[in-house]
Design a protein around this ligand. Structure first.
Ligand SMILES: Cc1cc2nc3c(=O)[nH]c(=O)nc-3n(C[C@H](O)[C@H](O)[C@H](O)COP(=O)(O)OP(=O)(O)OC[C@H]3O[C@@H](n4cnc5c(N)ncnc54)[C@H](O)[C@@H]3O)c2cc1C
Length: 261
């Protein structure tokens, strides 16, 4: 039977763009360009490698996000994923990590899966909690923060590198794993891949397709609230140390005054 791999991919605001909060203190996603979270490219890459090593496998990518989040799905499809699911509903605005995991879990259950692969964290929220929340909601084992991952005989195996030791972990499928940015370079989409992606199926689901009510998600359904947010102060010009014979001393004094040395 085919190995059904689902990769969770997030559409995030471009970190090089001018990002700000909307009036309701949610991230303003309308006025800034977005892209597939770079850390999720590693998850797509590992899914494709596992699929290539398997006799029969299918890689589906899923995102919860606004209309433009289709761009993240297209990128993953052009890398080589087979199909995509886009969960979009205006009531999702303001959904926190717990709500996002609920929506993702419902979509993954509806699609059917053997293995879920997530990134280690998104590049905007960076909470790194969604994979664990997902595993709990799906009631399956979680093997998170893997730098190496493979699937053999219904078991997912991997290596988690810590500061003091590396652990070899495994779990029987179905399971949720997350992979780190050390798991292997993500491939670039080829021209052929980009053209092929245009024809691959993208399914759209809203809350009613997932048997969810508006009150379970959005700002109303969130367990966390953002009370205040402040713009980061503009960068200052910095201190220029001119070397007129005493440059080294001045530099050392400056570093000492900032407690760097
Ligand atoms: C339109 C919109 C408005 C939102 N408003 C808020 C808000 O007001 N407050 C708030 O707390 N959150 C909000 N969210 C949700 C938020 O952006 C995060 O998705 C959520 O809080 C998870 O946190 P994280 O990104 O830090 O996840 P992490 O735990 O860092 O993500 C780990 C991994 O989980 C997967 N993942 C995470 N999010 C998604 C996703 N959306 N789709 C697919 N895979 C995903 C990815 O594989 C990712 O690498 C909003 C989301 C959307 C789309």
């Amino acid at each position: 039977m085919s190995l059904r791999i689902i990769v969770t991919v997030k559409y995030v605001p471009d970190a090089t763009g001018d990002r700000h909060f909307a009036d309701d203190l949610t991230v303003d996603r309308d006025d800034v360009d977005g892209l597939l979270s770079e850390l999720d490219e590693y998850a797509v890459e590992q899914a494709l490698q596992i699929a290539e090593a398997a006799d029969d496998a299918e890689v589906t990518v899923v995102t919860v996000g606004p209309e433009d989040a289709k761009d993240a799905l297209r990128k993953a499809l052009s890398m080589g994923a087979d199909k995509a699911i886009h969960v979009e509903d205006e009531d999702l605005h303001g959904t926190d990590a717990l709500g996002t995991s609920l929506v993702l879990a419902k979509a993954i259950e509806k699609a059917g899966y053997d293995l879920v692969i997530s990134g280690m964290a998104s590049t905007d929220g960076t909470m790194g909690v969604v994979p664990a929340l997902l595993a709990e909601r799906l009631g399956v084992p979680q093997v998170t923060l893997l730098s190496e991952v493979s699937v053999e005989d219904g078991t997912v195996k991997g290596r988690r590198d810590g500061d003091a030791a590396s652990e070899q972990l495994e779990a029987s499928l179905p399971a949720v794993v997350s992979v780190t940015d050390q798991s292997g370079e993500a491939r670039y989409p080829s021209f052929k891949g980009i053209m092929a992606a245009k024809k691959k199926p993208v399914q759209s689901w809203d809350l009613s397709d997932l048997d969810l009510e508006a009150e379970q998600v959005g700002l109303e359904g969130s367990y966390t609230t953002v009370d205040s947010a402040a713009q980061r102060p503009a960068r200052t010009a910095g201190t220029i140390v001119k070397d007129e014979g005493e440059g080294g001393k001045q530099l050392a004094e400056f570093l000492a005054s900032q407690k760097f040395i």
